[in-house]
Design a protein around this ligand. Sequence first.
Ligand code: AHM
Ligand code: MG
Length: 341
Amino acid sequence: MIMSNSPARRAHCPNLTSLQSHILKEEEQFPTAGGDFTWILSALSLAAKSIAHKVRTARIEDVLGDQGGAANVHGETQQKLDVIANDILMTCLGNRPSVAVVASEEDEQPTILRRGNQGGKYCVIFDPLDGSSNLDVCVSVGTIFSILRNDPNIPGAAETLQQPGIKQVAAGYILYGSSTVFVLTTGTGVYMFVLDPALGSFVRVGDRLRIPASGRSYSVNEAYRHSFPDGFRQYLDWAHAHDYSSRYIGSMVSDVHRILLKGGVFLYPPTQKNPGGKLRLMYEANPMAMIIEQAGGKAVIGSTDNPAGRLVEIVPTGIHQRTSVVLGSPDEVDRVLSHLT
Ligand code: AHM
Ligand code: MG
């Protein structure tokens, strides 16, 4: 048989790059890298495929709904799938020899898997199923993760984790939507992969993504408007007067993914109920901030005392610490800040 390399033939055999081969290629740039990082990302990829399957079959397997009244560390009702997703991630990451510490939204304390002198080089902190209250109604949810180095000189697990977001060596999210999307940054731009169910692999579909500089939409839970600080209310008045659209899913991964691709601004301001903000710094705000900044956007605190402070510069005092958040297209974040300062 004569093998043809015609364009028509190549169209049927696209040059597919899997998440795995993408990471291996990135590691080639660091000749001293021993492949530890690749193993961690392959654990996250395996966990993502497993969680995606659970999310898709949840109603059939009867794992929707809450976990019999159990609450997580934030006092929020745990969904059955929160617990399942947490177990999947813990199991997949626990099998990787370079993971020192794992921490999750669902567990009060971090888990030490192995010490630095036993090969533990990295800490992984994650929200296993963000937006899980949307699950029962089949709305997109996601997993968010952040990877930090393990400092073997710091004995306590929480202390070694409490690093500002600028120290993240990688961050990403998996969106369980109409397709399963894996967005990753290791500090060299933002890459997007989609799970091809036929191949069972995440296939790269976006290289060095750039967030649009502007986008005429905002994403906020406007029902809390009455309890936002004045500046946020003034910004919303300005946005209404300028015919902006409102888009809010209530699932941070979905809302931020839309903004990454289409532009706009995501806000979770301080409220009377949560004066320090609601979202968690270390496994919601920081990973999203790293992705948005790597894509050319801005991610700031939006608090009254430090509105323009970068989220990734906050020095955490606890792994479940909350923060207010303003992130998205640079022009839109600046527009919000012009009303806050
Ligand atoms: P969760 O981690 O308990 O799911 O909460 C986080 C979610 C985010 O996905 C979303 O942006 C926010 O909470 C929505 O909060 P609210 O319902 O107050 O608008
Ligand atoms: Mg969450």
